[in-house]
Design a protein around this ligand. Structure first.
Ligand SMILES: *[C@@H]1O[C@H](CO)[C@@H](O)[C@H](O)[C@H]1NC(C)=O
Ligand SMILES: *[C@@H]1O[C@H](CO)[C@@H](O)[C@H](O)[C@H]1NC(C)=O
Length: 413
């Protein structure tokens, strides 16, 4: 059989191919669809209520020896004719065709979609993305020997061990993204343990509510780590003693982003006291973190090769914290190595404008010997510590303040 005839279709969205197949009676289109290695469907294709019939009739006849990817998006709910059982069957079928990538974005008002157990032993799967009401239900014998990328966004877990079992079945996993939507549901995890020796990138977005209370990270190969850890209510309704966060050494860490409304840096172990983050090049810290400036001081001291530092405020955190920063001259009496030898870019966006914050900017400008650019964005006046005329003066003051690097450019945006 000659495959070249459908080469031009490989990059044609399946959507177009399928609609054409459904809408026209052309046997030729239907024939070509049979060979598409990438299958993608969403609710917009179901207007004529014929999608599930079409797929159900044709998928078993689908002839591409390998289904590269199957992407289903019913994030607006199962409208029309598609049911969770259909999705289950299509996934089961795709798994038998050396599936490499599966992406499911589902919403269902009723029960979450339970995926076929064969998915969790799929040897060929490299990328798995599950969004919305997928039920992650992993059995003991699961094994995903090729899985490198795993995204679990707002999914539900059959039991408290499901995530752990899933991660334990991925020996070569490199990139993991886990987000829990909301804080309270029987399907949410009370504790998250990420113990994955091969992991290089980790993004966690977790809501610390009445359920979730423990996070353990053991990822010695990690290069990129982003954590968003926010409380359900921005009140003190949660017993802090009930929450623990422990992470082991990450000697290869190059980039870190911390957006958290709660990091008790006394008890908190983003990393242990005494550890040097020698590979850390880029750091981004949300200034809504409680005691964020203490965390910053510690990170500056412990990251001798830091090149890029960004302090910013997440858009949806504005009303939470006006946590006054520490007094820099005391905390950083001894200038951290990264300022003396590596920091090139400093960015602070949506700065509140309090005198201590302005002091920090001056401190960096004065001490950073290799600084190339400092970029400052003040918050809009209504959310700022400064009046319009004060702002002008602060800008003037900063522009004239002394610089440790004669090449440093100061930019106000
Ligand atoms: C699914 O479709 C919605 C809107 O139609 C879109 O916002 C969402 O990003 C899509 N999901 C994926 C995984 O592409
Ligand atoms: C913030 O710092 C203050 C002063 O060191 C300390 O008393 C307080 O417990 C800290 N809060 C958190 C949540 O770490």
């Amino acid at each position: 059989m000659n495959f070249s005839g459908c080469g031009c279709l490989l990059f044609l969205p399946t959507k177009v191919a399928v609609s054409t197949s459904i809408l026209s009676n052309s046997k030729r289109w239907e024939f070509l669809w049979m060979w598409l290695p990438k299958l993608e469907y969403d609710h917009s294709m179901d207007e004529r209520k014929s999608l599930s019939r079409f797929i159900n009739l044709n998928m078993p006849l689908h002839r591409a020896p390998v289904i590269e990817s199957l992407r289903l998006n019913f994030s607006h709910g199962y409208t029309g004719s598609v049911t969770p059982e259909d999705v289950r069957q299509w996934v089961a079928l795709a798994v038998t065709r050396f599936l490499r990538e599966l992406s499911l974005d589902l919403t269902s008002e009723d029960n979450p979609t339970k995926l076929p157990s064969s998915l969790y032993t799929c040897k060929s799967l490299v990328i798995l993305e599950l969004k919305g009401s997928n039920l992650v239900d992993v059995h003991r014998t699961s094994c995903l020997p090729s899985l490198k990328t795993l995204l679990l966004q707002g999914v539900l877990y059959a039991d408290q061990k499901s995530l752990h079992k899933l991660l334990s079945s991925c020996p070569v996993l490199e990139d993991l993204f886990v987000e829990q939507y909301g804080c309270e549901s029987e399907h949410f995890l009370e504790a998250v343990s990420v113990i994955v020796p091969s992991l290089q990138r980790l993004t966690l977005k977790l809501c610390r509510g009445y359920f979730f209370h423990r996070l353990v990270i053991n990822t010695p190969s990690l290069k990129y780590f982003k954590i968003e850890d926010y409380t359900y209510e921005h009140t003190n309704g949660i017993d802090d003693d009930d929450y623990s966060f422990y992470s082991d050494d990450m000697p290869k860490l190059e980039e870190m982003e911390v957006h958290s409304t709660y990091l008790d840096i006394q008890n908190f172990a983003l990393y242990r006291e005494g550890i040097v983050l020698s590979q850390l090049r880029r750091l981004k810290l949300c200034s809504c973190t409680i005691n964020w400036s203490k965390l910053l001081v510690r990170l500056l001291k412990d990251s001798p090769n830091l090149q890029e530092l960004e302090i910013h405020l997440d858009g949806d955190h504005t009303n939470i914290c006006e946590d006054p920063p520490v007094c820099w001259e005391n905390e950083l009496a001894c200038v951290p190595d990264c300022l003396l030898s590596s920091l090139q870019t400093f960015k602070w966006t949506r700065i509140y404008g309090s005198p201590k914050e302005v002091d920090l900017v001056k401190y960096v400008l004065r001490n950073a010997r290799c600084l190339k650019t400092a970029t400052i964005l003040f918050r809009s006046i209504s959310y700022s510590a400064l009046e319009e005329d004060e702002l002008e003066m602060v800008i003037q003051d900063l522009s004239l303040s002394s610089r440790g690097s004669k090449d440093a450019k100061l930019v106000f945006v």
